[in-house]
Design a protein around this ligand. Structure first.
Ligand SMILES: N[C@@H](CCC(=O)N[C@@H](CS)C(=O)NCC(=O)O)C(=O)O
Ligand SMILES: N[C@@H](CCC(=O)N[C@@H](CS)C(=O)NCC(=O)O)C(=O)O
Ligand code: FES
Lengths: 104, 104
């Protein structure tokens, strides 16, 4: 669909993409993690898009199996949510993914 | 107001009360913390109350200054959110509050 193409091109054209909700603390946490390590992700706030927000969430669910926020992509690859990203960072596996994606 | 009285009697009649939202990970975290230490809080899911949910959130904001979820009370006293409760637990200050409230 048109919206699926939008998501696919967004995540392939930007090194780090976070689909988020402005009032969600898990979304805030993952955004803060990226900023702490000097990476400026492309952030898409699903609750600021009107009716397209829930539609995008459904598309993300179809494409990744994940309906929840935050939904993180690095180098076009689906990473997961907040806990997944934090775990990768703790294990030292986030940096190599970011470097390969040209995010820093 | 009637709703204010409801909140006041709920938090004074139950040792631990958590105002929560079912889909919020911070709410889930604080509920899991209480269960981990053997305490069964009274949980009120604001997103399952229809129009009363947002009204209750406004009342909680008036009574405690806090609009966000989770909103935690112990022994009738306003504790705060998830990070506040976790901090108290880490400092060993949660247990004494729970004992004084007769929660365990
Ligand atoms: N473990 C996941 C949890 C994600 C999650 O449950 N997100 C919640 C908000 S914090 C959500 O999107 N809830 C919406 C829903 O369940 O419909 C992560 O770390 O991202
Ligand atoms: N530090 C607070 C954060 C609370 C918070 O921001 N809660 C969010 C959901 S995770 C909320 O209620 N957002 C609704 C809003 O901001 O309107 C805590 O630990 O509880
Ligand atoms: S909505 Fe509460 S942590 Fe996401």
């Amino acid at each position: 669909s048109r919206l699926e193409d939008t998501v696919k091109s967004t995540v392939s054209e930007n090194p780090v993409v976070v689909y988020s909700k402005t009032w969600c603390s898990y979304s805030s946490e993952v955004k803060a993690l990226f900023r702490k390590i000097g990476v400026e992700p492309l952030v898409i706030e699903l609750d600021e898009l009107g009716p397209q927000g829930p539609q995008l969430q459904r598309v993300l669910e179809r494409l990744t199996g994940q309906y929840t926020v935050p939904n993180v992509f690095i180098g076009g690859e689906h990473i997961g949510g907040c806990t997944d990203t934090v775990k990768l960072h703790r294990k030292g596996e986030l940096q190599p993914l970011l470097s390969r994606a040209g995010a820093n």
